[in-house]
Design a protein around this ligand. Sequence first.
Ligand code: HEC
Ligand code: HEC
Length: 516
Amino acid sequence: MTLKRLSRCVSALMLLGGAVFLAQLTRAQIGVPGLPVWFPPVWTQSRNAPAPSSTQPGQTPASIPQYAESSDATGRVATYQPNGATTTAGNAFFTPLGTNGRTCFTCHQPQSGWALSASAAQAIFNQTNGTDPLFAPVDGANCPDTGAAAQTLAQKSAASSQLLTKGNIRIFLPVPSGAEFQVRILADPYGCESSSKYGLPTGIISMYRRVMNSTNLTRNAQAGPPLSPEGAIMWDGREPSLQSQFTDATLGHAQASTAPTAAQVNQGVTFETGLFTSQSFDNNAGSLSGSGGLGGPKTLATVGVSNVPDPVVPLAFHQFDAWTLPTNNAAQASINRGQKIFTTRTFTMKGVAGFNDVAGNPFPLATCSTCHNNLDVGSDAVSGGRHLGIGDNSAADKSGNQMTATALPPSKDQPLFAFDCPVGSIPFYSNPVTINGTTYDEYQTTDPGMGLISGKCADLGKFKVPRLNGLAARAPYFHGGNAATLNQLVDFYNTRFSIGLSAQDKQDLVNFLNSL
Ligand code: HEC
Ligand code: HEC
């Protein structure tokens, strides 16, 4: 049996178990078999959160064509469905399956590369005076009670500031029992962390995270352990399969009181796994699949055409191999140079938990594609997360490994947590703090990432290596919208790894990233 078929069987079994049991559950009961352990308290809180003022689903096109483009910051982004157009009426991805009027399409839209850019969230707010179910208090507001209480436009806008300024959704997760760390709240700008209804007193903390794209999902394979044709799902890898993800999104984001049926789950997953999205046109370079270029979603959908796998290290991106002077124009040549920098410019990687602990510290011959190595999409074929040091206090690190990681410190508009860990338990990190006579290594962050799922100090600050397609359509970047632009993102890497990029190198790299 192929990997893919095996995983489908396993997921189908899990779902059957989950769905039958869920239908009988009352609100007070938790402990749903077949769903991840972190999920029951999240579902309980979702169902208790206030409803939005309107449960009228937002505008949905009648059909998603086989091929369609929309304009974005630097050109056009396109989505291609090899199996043909999809009628949205009656399709589970586009149907409100819960109680608040939301569908998957509320947050995953083609003009944002099937994610949701901050500007798209603002446009929806302006069109609907903030009444679209996107802004449902459960997680479209910074905290449910302030979201529900907001009356005026100004109050609504303030209550959903994370969504409107960064495209961030509130992600709330329990601190796992038996965790190696203790959590303390250092800053609570929205009062949600200390809330007796939604906060740490209930065992739950809130983070604010970017919507991930729900496209190119079949190009995400990951070697083990565990072997996974789907790769890590969610920023913190917390979902075991796209099927469980669909169920949890329906119960959580859409505040459903019963799980979707297996048929609905399969229909939604079939739709999203049939999508291929990438930038198709660049305002300066022209068609990204013209003049020998292999960009655009059609080549992406055809495994084996644009792929020239390197036998040793996959070079991830080959789309713009042919674009050189004097045959091609200056804008195309810049994209080609950016691709070369991404795949071959080496730097020394130091202090990255999830990489240097395995590959050696320091590791001298790293490139961007050392981590972003999956062909054409740039996720990581090696499982596990990587700790880059975004939105945390790596600057306070006394181990000497992370000291350049001050480029994207914790953002003041987000809560800040202290994770107090046994001394020496966080790889490449040291920040001794004595509390009540006991010394801990204290890690401060706006988002603990995978550490909150595993309960392990070694996983704090680790995030999955995301796919890089359609970037021009979905600013801002990184898990919490920490980099407003790709220039800022490239500056972060240049500082973090002392790469020594020139101004021209940075521009080439940005032009390349905008073409993916
Ligand atoms: C309220 C907005 C919202 C709604 C509604 C929503 N999502 Fe998402 N989606 C997100 C956010 C935010 C993330 C990232 C969260 C995280 O990693 O913790 C995400 C992540 C995902 C991912 C993970 C992609 C990856 O590469 O790991 C998939 C797949 C996905 N959503 C599909 C769906 C489906 C299917 C539905 C409908 C059942 C849905 N989403 C409904 C906001 C939403
Ligand atoms: C150590 C592994 C590693 C290396 C090396 C690396 N990345 Fe990343 N990359 C990641 C991880 C992990 C994330 C997600 C981080 C987060 O959001 O906290 C990420 C995120 C990104 C994103 C944002 C995607 C999004 O959806 O917001 C871009 C763009 C990106 N990387 C480009 C690059 C470039 C360019 C380089 C080389 C200069 C590079 N990366 C080197 C691991 C790596």
